[in-house]
Design a protein around this ligand. Structure first.
Ligand code: OAD
Length: 231
């Protein structure tokens, strides 16, 4: 299996969060990406996500996303878990699968998807629409819509998290790519592989919280390392 974070999309031009140039170096997450901020000031949170949504729509999957997609398509069993909300794994899966089924390369998106909205009241999901003068409302119940992403202070979808953990527990290898491994519960996923007797290979440009526990570290950019590692 593979667990990915913002670093795999860095070479696509999507900003990371915590390393040099990361979003949380210049923006305050507590004003933009918490459930409290959304309840206090939904427009500011909406504008931030609308900006990021427009930004990632212009970005393309890179060689790292593509190598990972090809690997899982060839293997025929799904195994990508991502913290990223940018949709780039899905786009790489669809591209690399061509006319075939992309399923084996589709990720479990444990932090949600920025291109989707969800009703804050009834939970109905819908494709995102451009942000207008008034905030978007649910077509079914009239409730306030929000980006379908996990905000700080919220629980992850328990079913998705359980699926990710099951994959990790059974995996003989967990490839951990481009994550600082500080945000829980995602950071615990590779530990489940280690506890199950499997190995962890960390692919990252820098050392992280996970490095000490990893079986093997590969220092380098995902877009270079993954094609070399996975073919
Ligand atoms: P971070 O920004 O915390 O970490 C990015 C990691 O990628 C760092 O360890 C970098 O060293 C590494 N990196 C940067 N460029 C790389 C490259 N080209 N190849 C390989 N590695 C590279 O991002 P995440 O760990 O993904 O949560 O952050 C976890 C969560 O915190 C995000 O999902 C988001 C954020 O707040 C939510 O939105 C809920």
């Amino acid at each position: 299996m593979a667990l990915t974070g913002a670093g795999i999309s860095a070479e696509s031009g999507v900003p990371t969060f915590r390393d040099a140039g990361g979003l949380w170096r210049s923006y305050r997450p507590e004003e933009l990406a918490t459930i409290g901020a959304f309840e206090r000031d939904p427009r500011t949170v909406w504008e931030w996500y609308a900006w990021r949504r427009g930004f990632v729509a212009e970005c393309q999957p890179n060689d790292g996303h593509r190598a990972l997609a090809r690997f899982f398509l060839a293997r025929g069993t799904a195994g990508i878990v991502t913290q990223n909300v940018d949709g780039l794994h899905t786009r790489a899966a669809l591209k690399e699968a061509g006319d075939g089924p992309p399923d084996a390369a589709l990720p479990i998106e444990i932090h949600g998807a920025i291109a989707r909205d969800r009703c804050n009241r009834c939970g109905l999901r819908a494709d995102a629409e451009p942000l207008g003068d008034s905030l978007p409302r649910c077509a079914a119940c009239g409730g306030m819509r929000r980006p379908d992403v996990v905000l700080f202070g919220e629980m992850l979808d328990s079913e998705l998290l359980a699926r990710a953990h099951r994959l990790a527990e059974r995996a003989d290898l967990c490839l951990v790519i481009g994550t600082s491994a500080v945000v829980q519960p995602a950071a615990g996923i590779p530990l489940a592989t280690l506890h199950g007797g499997g190995s962890v290979i960390e692919v990252n440009t820098e050392a992280t919280e996970l490095t000490g526990a990893a079986t093997v570290e590969v220092r380098g950019a995902a877009g270079v390392v993954l094609p070399a590692l996975l073919g």
